[in-house]
Ligand binder design. Sequence first.
Ligand SMILES: Cc1cc2nc3c(=O)[nH]c(=O)nc-3n(C[C@H](O)[C@H](O)[C@H](O)COP(=O)(O)OP(=O)(O)OC[C@H]3O[C@@H](n4cnc5c(N)ncnc54)[C@H](O)[C@@H]3O)c2cc1C
Length: 388
Amino acid sequence: MNFDFTEEQKLLAASVHGFAQAHLVDGTLARAHNPRFPFEVAQLMSRQGLMGITIPAADGGQGGTLMDAVIVIEQVAAVCPRSSDVLQFGNFGPIRTFAEYASPAQKQKWLPDLLAGRAVMSLGMSEPDAGSAVTDLATSAKPDGAHCVLNGTKLFSTFSPDAKIFLIYVRFGPGLGGIGSVLVERDTPGFHIGPPSAFMSGEEWCELHFDGCRIPAENVLLGPGGFKKQIAGFNVERIGNATRSLAFGRYAFNAAREHVATRKQFGRPLCEFQGLQWKFADMALKLEGAQLLLYRAAVNADRGLPSAYETSVAKAACNLAGFEVAHEAVQAMGATGYSRDTLVEWCMRRTRGWMIAGGSIEMLKNRIAEHVFDRRFDQRGRQAAAAE
Ligand SMILES: Cc1cc2nc3c(=O)[nH]c(=O)nc-3n(C[C@H](O)[C@H](O)[C@H](O)COP(=O)(O)OP(=O)(O)OC[C@H]3O[C@@H](n4cnc5c(N)ncnc54)[C@H](O)[C@@H]3O)c2cc1C
């Protein structure tokens, strides 16, 4: 067992660090406070070969590993946290499910623009009555000759104000086996995108309404029975969310460490007070522990798809560590940390969201408990499960 990066991984980290220092230091704060997708950063990342890291070269990607993509997010987030959202989109988000399961024609049509940073894709999974219970989703897809007709509503989709293409989880028929997914272009008749709403983090999302929306049948990504594949792809998204949680916590930690090392009160640097030293020791423990779990899940990924259990453990640990560390960093920096002139409070707000998004802490713990007891706990209860 070896806990060091390989020589190649060290080189990758150093080169991405150099790139981020050269191109992303200026405008870090402004980028974070702009809720819209930073297309100019996406195009910069694309030119640098940082989009589609785990997508095969034959499809226009880089043919790298999930761990490479994790390293890249860490290095960029350490300099400009907001820019790492672009890497999430280009390497971990719905684009990965798309690249894994799309037909050659679908890939040819959409991947070049997505990988070049000219277009962004949004994931429509959550609905008014299907949040944690995602398999309760009701948005229907009915085949109709050469088309498929969609009806339903989606909520909370990241990047929806700017997305050109949407990967939508739909129901072709009853039960788990009836779930699949389709691709919908922004300007499709019958697809109505509501005005933007904002999360606590400032990120925006729009309600998506499908009202007899007709899409070509060739826009079906995964037909009935596709749910398990969609969730396997979604585990990659969780690794990206975990990586950003931890990286944003570390960004706040570094800013706070710098602050307490230099700011004096009572005639001494703040770091000389034991009450603060122990805060930083606790923060370091949380960051280091979660990092190992994250790396384990990424390194053990099979053909780029990490295991559900290792992903659950890593995401829960990184979400908790990222938020708790950013929260303590705000405290250690006093009013400076609470001010919007630093990114520390922003990191705290962003990391809070990942405790809910992409598998809440509670749902991840449900999954971990199933591993602990080596049995399935149906959240609907026995009767409902039998009826399904
Ligand atoms: C920042 C952010 C980005 C998001 N991006 C997207 C996106 O791009 N696309 C998309 O489709 N959705 C997105 N979402 C929505 C996200 O997937 C849902 O918020 C999530 O699935 C939880 O659903 P809910 O909010 O309806 O909460 P609910 O399911 O109503 O849950 C409320 C609370 O109850 C807990 N709970 C529910 N069931 C159980 C249980 N069985 N055991 C224990 N606790 C339980 C939950 O953990 C939570 O704390 C995003 C959300 C956030 C915050």
